[in-house]
Ligand binder design. Structure first.
Ligand SMILES: Cc1ncc(COP(=O)(O)O)c(C=O)c1O
Length: 456
């Protein structure tokens, strides 16, 4: 009888993270300061603790996971590798569909994988309080949970539209002892300025990042630091535990290799977490198709240029070499709040530039349709972000059927959607809108990167 899931025991949890920076071909474009000069690690020291900065710039292939972090990860890890047998049957596909179920974490997504590590490194460095932004509310909840385990204060700036769509995410953060405000807020200079210019803005991750960075920088006692839930190298590093576990589990399932790897991509962390260990195999000669999926409303990898840009709207972060829609971009209020980010992780961007991954974009209405099919076959209700991966999985499974090929498809089930039912409600009542970024809007938002240093 085919199995439904492969579960590793706690002693089999990977003990090291995998760092793709060690294997990516070609030099990485370094982060730059506002003057266009290479940024020295010490210059980041007011934003992040030094032990995190060391990870950010490391090119070591394997980095040990501290014992205490492993102990926290084992509260829910190793996460199961499941097989989507009912979906396969419904689609009559010869493909075998596997997924890493990251929805089993306390906050309901992959985000705690990095949250517990970041909270631990901050505490170890003597930091008392951390600030952050959150799009869908998943990262904010994850960090609030991690801070409550470790004993750190936590303040979360939550993108206005998600704050309104998902009020109970704020309650979750409060349960774990964090403070959560809607962004733009009146608590920071950048928030007040943006509210004056655009009083009805739905907000964006770029704006919320500006507020969280400004908040951390303005602590007179210098005991606050900023944390980011995606994009940066160290966050992607922490997430590689997903792909490392999946490799062991696929082997136990009797699979020699995966043919297609899929993940939704906002800032790139769950996609990177699953795919980076497989990108390593691809660099070393294996044939694997690796697909990040983003919304047509925020098509960073599929429509944006590869350029230097700020990670936030106000220009407080270093300049990163990445695919971007311009830091002035405010995406339409689609329901996948975690995919509404103007940029893409530099490591994911570099992998795209080198042709190692093949990005796609999907509209939210198609994605909700796929999420409905998923719920009615596999049972679970996925996060709106995750539905982008599922839409692509369904397309690939249908393609395998047409080609009569027994492909192995593996994707990241990045989170559950039990706090995101408003989007499903709109879909069911026929009120969900299609969004495709018009060319003139993209041209206008790319004005915001004009004059910034160019990639050499
Ligand atoms: C469930 C879920 N999946 C995916 C994402 C996208 O983020 P990333 O690209 O960093 O994985 C988010 C972000 O909030 C999320 O909550």
């Amino acid at each position: 009888m085919p199995f439904n899931k492969i579960v590793l025991s706690e002693k089999d949890i990977p003990k090291k993270w995998y760092n793709l920076a060690a294997d990516l071909p070609g030099p990485m474009q370094p982060p730059l300061g506002p003057d266009g000069k290479s940024l020295k690690p010490e210059m980041l020291g007011r934003i992040f603790p030094m032990n995190i900065i060391e990870q950010e710039v490391s090119t070591r292939r394997w980095i040990d996971i501290p014992e205490e972090v492993l102990r926290m990860l084992c509260l829910w890890r190793p996460a199961p590798l499941r097989r989507a047998l009912a979906l396969e049957k419904f689609l009559k596909t010869p493909a075998r569909i596997y997924y890493k179920d990251e929805s089993v974490s306390p906050a309901g997504s992959h985000k705690p994988n990095s949250a517990v590590a970041q909270a631990w490194y901050n505490k170890k460095f003597g930091i008392r309080r951390v600030t952050t932004e959150t799009g869908a509310g998943q990262w904010g909840s994850a960090l609030a949970f991690a801070c409550s385990l470790i004993g750190l204060e936590c303040k979360v700036y939550m993108v206005r539209i998600s704050f309104d769509q998902k009020p109970l995410r704020k309650t979750m953060m409060q349960i774990w002892g964090a403070k959560c405000v809607a962004s733009p807020s009146r608590d920071t200079e950048s928030g007040r300025r943006i509210l004056k210019e655009m009083p009805h803005t739905p907000g964006s991750l770029g704006i919320a990042i500006s507020e969280a960075v400004e908040d951390a920088l303005s602590d007179p006692k210098r005991r606050s630091r900023y944390t980011l839930g995606s994009v940066l190298n160290h966050v992607l590093l922490h997430q590689t535990i997903i792909g490392l576990e999946a490799k062991k589990q696929l082997k136990l399932a009797g699979e020699k290799k995966a043919d297609i790897i899929i993940g939704c991509a906002g800032g790139g962390s769950n996609f990177a977490g699953l795919s980076f260990p497989f990108i390593c195999d691809k660099i070393h000669g294996k044939k694997i198709e690796i697909i990040p999926v983003e919304p047509t409303a925020c098509p960073t990898l599929t429509k944006g240029p590869f350029a230097y840009d700020f990670g936030d709207t106000a220009g407080l972060t270093p300049l990163l070499a990445m695919y971007t829609l311009g830091h002035g971009f405010v995406p339409e209020p689609i329901h996948a709040g975690g995919l509404r980010y103007h940029g893409m992780a530099p490591l994911v961007s570099q992998a795209a530039k080198k042709g190692l991954i093949s990005p796609r974009s999907y509209d939210q209405v198609k994605c909700y349709g796929s999420a409905m099919l998923w719920a009615r076959t596999e049972g679970s209700i996925c996060a709106p972000e995750t539905s982008h991966a599922i839409a692509c999985v369904i397309d690939e499974a249908k393609k395998a059927k047409k080609e009569a090929r027994q492909k192995v498809i593996l994707f990241c089930y990045s989170g559950h959607g039990l706090m995101d039912l408003a989007g499903y409600d709109k879909f069911l009542s026929g009120n969900l809108k299609k969004y495709k970024l018009p060319a003139h809007k993209l041209r206008r938002s790319l004005e915001s990167i004009r004059g910034l240093p160019e990639i050499k």
